[in-house]
Design a protein around this ligand. Structure first.
Ligand SMILES: [Zn+2]
Length: 288
């Protein structure tokens, strides 16, 4: 058996593409991961990247052969709620570029934050998010989806409830090209996931039809407490969420087929190897 396969969801971490897309997939495999995330281009810029297609295609075939699932993440400056027409165009071009690279690399989707606006009337910000999504997705014919990520609530309360996420998807012109990325740290820090309330969150998400559209999980603990509205990731079991609550997420039968990606700091060996192993054991229900 080539893949790092087990009877658990595919679990991995964020990986650098410093040495290219194929090398990123290879490093994920060597870490014992079944999934990984990467920035398709410079994470600090919205500039369109002319990328190495041969490298991307090799990454896709390697991932397929070794059973790796990958997701891309948009650059930090990406904000769907941007109103300036020039910046909106740049954002749309950048998102299409991210989707093209992700598709070539064989990735299932591109994670994009919900977006933050500062308009006096928040409805104009929601409309802007919809306009940006429609603009990108009317051009997009590939299979990779945009995966909208819930936010921690720092700076703006937007994108912190399942109702908003589901509503944006259903109002978009191409909902079939949209899914969700659930970030555990953001969910806890925003006040969406109450202490001891995992089952309640599963139930609400089921009623809204949220979970069935979740394409990826960002598996992070939170440095700051419940409802602090501060976005600082901690290693799993080392933050306010803690081991027993993260175990509930990892053991959740609804999420068996969904890739889990750590966005945490590296361990003592300079990698995520141990944290991935630990998450795999939690997912298997092994007592610590
Ligand atoms: Zn995240």
């Amino acid at each position: 058996m080539k893949s790092n396969e087990q009877d658990t969801p595919k679990i991995g971490c964020h990986i650098s593409i410093r040495k290219g897309y194929l090398e990123a997939a290879h490093s994920a495999y060597l870490l014992g991961a079944g999934a990984y995330q990467y920035f398709p281009k410079n994470p600090r810029s919205l500039s369109v990247k002319s990328f190495n297609m041969a490298d991307a295609l090799s990454c896709a075939s390697y991932s397929k052969e070794y059973g790796l699932v990958s997701i891309a993440h948009t650059p930090y400056p990406t904000n769907l709620a941007v109103h300036d027409p020039g910046l909106m165009n740049k954002t749309v071009e950048s998102l299409l570029n991210d989707l093209i690279i992700a598709e070539a690399c064989g990735s299932i989707g591109v994670v994009v934050h919900f977006g933050k606006g500062k308009s006096a009337d928040p409805l104009t910000d929601y409309r802007q998010i919809l306009a940006a999504l429609d603009e990108v997705l009317k051009e997009w014919k590939g299979r990779a989806k945009l995966l909208i990520e819930n936010q921690a609530g720092d700076g703006s309360p937007m994108g912190t409830t399942l109702h908003e996420l589901v509503q944006i998807r259903s109002l978009a012109s191409f909902p079939e090209k949209l899914g969700f990325c659930f970030d555990t740290c953001h969910a806890y820090a925003s006040g969406l996931w109450r202490p001891g309330g995992w089952k309640e969150l599963v139930e609400i998400g089921n009623q809204l039809g949220y979970w069935r559209e979740v394409g990826a999980i960002h598996l992070n603990d939170s440095v700051y407490p419940f409802a602090s509205r501060k976005d600082r990731h901690a290693g799993i079991g080392c933050g306010a969420i803690g081991e027993s609550q993260l175990r509930e997420v990892l053991e959740c039968p609804l999420l068996r087929e969904v890739p889990f990606v750590l966005e945490t700091g590296v361990g003592a060996d300079g990698t995520h190897h141990e944290e991935i192993q630990m998450a795999q054991e939690w997912a298997r229900g092994t007592p610590s």
